[in-house]
Every structure is written in structure tokens, then in C-alpha cells.
Write a protein that binds this ligand. Structure first.
Ligand code: ZN
Length: 378
């Protein structure tokens, strides 16, 4: 592309919300990421804008979510569990009722719908809404820290305009909510790479989950063994993802960029580093005619800030100095960054772990080649 226009969707209002003191999803990660982007000068780039989202209307959420479920989320906004909360997946644990829950869900959806509109209106070729990517939410159920599925809502907006959408999800968890929404729709190809479901929430995402009816072959899953690192992940990604892009030829791509795949993430067992993550984002960017990126998981705050800053630099074709900016030093201290650079030191896997991860992923790739690729004439 000769000149690429980009937009970063961010709201300072996220500081208002809190899942609770013991919940792993920390809202501070969003402000921290924004401040690292600012420190690197990535919020004032030529050809790029920073846009502030408004909360989505209830009607916009009802395009996908059930009325009873939305009523319950709304009733939870005061911070106390309403009647029937448990029926909709709300309660102590993963999906707590917290003050402003309904406002937070609408703001997240509003950000992803704004991102979609910026692309549809031709205002940006590449957009990043890193508060989005809540890929586990179901039509009438909260799941995995996700209340409203902003990724599904954005894809549906593209579908209203007749666009073919490729969704690619590199979070450590299976993108089950998005797969569910488009399981029988051959106009939306979903690809998810993630830690295998027999070891990690949500327990799904095996190669055999390939779609239904006309959608068979349009849900693609590449599960990964614990300790899969960038040196195993990137070649596997290369064997599966680009051929599907080539065969499907999307009009627009929605990418969920969870960074809980990182080796120091406290919730998962994958072993990627920030440079491997950024390399995957670069490949997605090269392959995408128009690209909407969302955030997702990421429970080690320094990883989140570094990885999403690196991703935003990739979208803008900016090469960043490795050393974290001096103006970010106070944040780096406060959030206990273990490194003063954007990238991670090399940390090769022990041989037995490498062999195991490699052997597992190879079997998955062969299954995809056997069952999915022929449907796309690959
Ligand atoms: Zn995740």
C-alpha cells in the first residue's frame, strides 16, 4: 500500500471500571499500553488518528445478544447481582458483577463498532481497538471475562455491507464465541490458534470443529501444546494461515491479538515472546486488504503494554528502538517490568518440551491439510 491510514481507538474512561481486586483482568493494562504508545511517539504519527469511542446503544448490542440477557446486564450496572444472574453466567469468579458492568460492555462494543465504521467509511485501512477482542461472550451468556462479543458485532456490521470477513484469533484461548456465531456461515472464515482445549479454558477448539452445514471448512482451529514457543508457532502459523487467506480472499480481516500466549502469562502454558507475537501480527498485516485489530487476553501487564505497542508500530510500518523510552521509566518501575526493552531475551526450550510441542502441532497441521484444505482447493 502506498499510503496507509490508521486509527487507534482508545478511551480514558476504562480507568472507571474494575472487575475486582482478585480478578486477573486488570483494567490498568489499557492505560499502561496507551502510555507506552505515547512515550514511543506512536499517538501522533502522520496518517494516523486517535479516536475516542462512545458506548454502543442497547439496540446495537441486540443485533447479536438476547433481550433477556441484555436486561440482566443492564440491571447489574449498579454492582449488585440481579435476579437470574447465574443463569446468564454472571456471579463470583470469572464474570463478576461490578459497578458499571453495563457501561463497560457498551463501551467495548462501541469501540469495535467505531473501528468497523472507520474502515467501512474509508477513514482508515488499519484500526486497533485494544480494549476489544472479548471473544468468549455468547449470545445469552457471559463467559471467560467477556460479557458482550464486540468481535462478533463488528463482523456482523461488515456482513451487513456484504463483505467477506476473515477472523484470525491468536489469543492463547480458543475464540469459541466468534466461532459459535459464524459456525454455519461460509462468508466468515474463522481461524483460531490456541493452547489445546483439554488443558485450557474454554475446552474447545479442536481441528474437528470445522463448521456446520454450508459453513463446513470455514471454522479452522490450530491447537497447540503447552510450551509452544515462537520458533514452533511461527512456522506452524505459516503453514496454515496464509494458504487460507489466499483461498478465501477476504475483503476485510478482524484479528484478535490476545497476548496471554506469552511465556510469562500467569493463566496459560504457551511460551511465545513479544518478538514472535509481533512477527505474527506482521504476517497478518501483510496478508490483509483492510485490517481491524482487537486486543484480548493478557494477564502480565508489562507483556500487554509491550506487545500491543509493538503491534501498533507494525500496523503503522514504524520501526521502534528496542530500549523503552526514558519517559516511560516511572511506569516501568511501578508495574515491575523485568526488562527495559520492548523485546524478550532468547530462552530456548528444553529438548523434550520442544520435541513434544513440535510433534503435536505437526499432527494438527496434517489434520487441517487433510480435512480443511481440500474444501478450499488448497
Ligand atoms: Zn485468552
Amino acid at each position: 500500500m502506498a499510503t496507509v491510514t490508521t486509527a487507534l481507538v482508545h478511551s480514558d474512561a476504562w480507568t472507571r471500571f474494575d472487575y475486582g481486586p482478585h480478578h486477573p483482568l486488570r483494567m490498568e493494562r489499557l492505560g499502561l499500553t496507551q502510555r507506552l504508545m505515547e512515550a514511543y511517539g506512536l499517538t501522533t504519527l502522520p496518517g494516523s488518528t486517535v479516536r475516542t469511542p462512545e458506548p454502543a446503544s442497547e439496540g446495537a448490542l441486540a443485533v447479536y445478544h438476547g433481550a433477556d440477557y441484555l436486561e440482566t446486564l443492564k440491571a447489574a450496572n449498579g454492582g449488585r447481582a440481579p435476579k437470574l444472574a447465574e443463569r446468564f453466567g454472571l456471579g463470583p469468579g470469572d464474570n463478576p458483577v461490578f459497578p458499571g458492568l453495563w457501561d463497560a460492555a457498551r463501551l467495548c462494543a462501541g469501540g469495535s463498532l467505531l473501528a468497523a465504521d472507520l474502515i467501512l467509511d474509508g477513514q482508515a485501512d488499519r484500526v486497533f481497538h485494544f480494549a476489544g477482542g472479548l471473544h468468549h461472550a455468547m449470545p445469552a451468556r457471559a463467559s471467560g471475562f467477556c460479557y458482550v462479543n464486540d468481535a462478533v458485532l463488528a463482523i456482523l456490521r461488515f456482513r451487513e455491507r456484504g463483505l467477506r470477513v476473515l477472523y484470525v484469533d491468536i489469543d492463547a484461548h480458543h475464540g469459541d464465541g466468534v466461532q459459535h456465531a459464524f459456525y454455519s456461515d461460509p462468508a466468515v472464515l474463522t481461524i483460531s490458534t490456541h493452547e489445546r482445549g483439554d488443558y485450557l479454558f474454554p475446552g474447545t477448539g479442536f481441528v474437528e470443529e470445522a463448521g456446520m452445514g454450508a459453513g463446513v471448512g470455514y471454522s479452522v482451529n490450530l491447537p497447540l501444546e503447552p510450551f509452544t514457543d515462537s520458533s514452533i508457532y511461527l512456522p506452524a502459523f505459516e503453514q496454515v494461515v496464509p494458504p487460507l487467506f489466499g483461498a478465501f480472499r477476504p475483503d476485510v480481516v478482524v484479528a484478535q491479538l490476545g497476548i496471554d500466549s506469552h511465556r510469562t502469562d500467569p493463566l496459560t502454558h504457551l511460551a511465545l515472546d513479544v518478538q514472535g507475537f509481533a512477527r505474527a501480527v506482521a504476517r497478518i498485516t501483510e496478508l490483509s486488504p483492510k485490517l481491524m485489530c482487537l486486543g484480548g487476553g493478557g494477564y502480565d501487564l508489562p507483556n500487554v503494554a509491550r506487545a500491543w505497542t509493538a503491534a501498533w508500530a507494525v500496523l503503522n510500518v514504524v520501526e521502534l528502538p528496542a530500549a523503552l523510552p526514558v519517559s516511560f521509566a516511572a511506569d516501568a518501575r511501578r508495574y515491575e517490568f523485568m526488562t527495559d526493552t520492548l523485546w524478550d531475551p532468547a530462552e530456548p526450550l528444553p529438548d523434550h518440551q520442544r520435541a513434544r510441542a513440535q510433534e503435536y502441532v505437526q499432527r494438527q497441521i496434517e489434520a487441517i491439510r487433510r480435512t480443511i484444505f481440500p474444501i478450499h482447493r488448497i
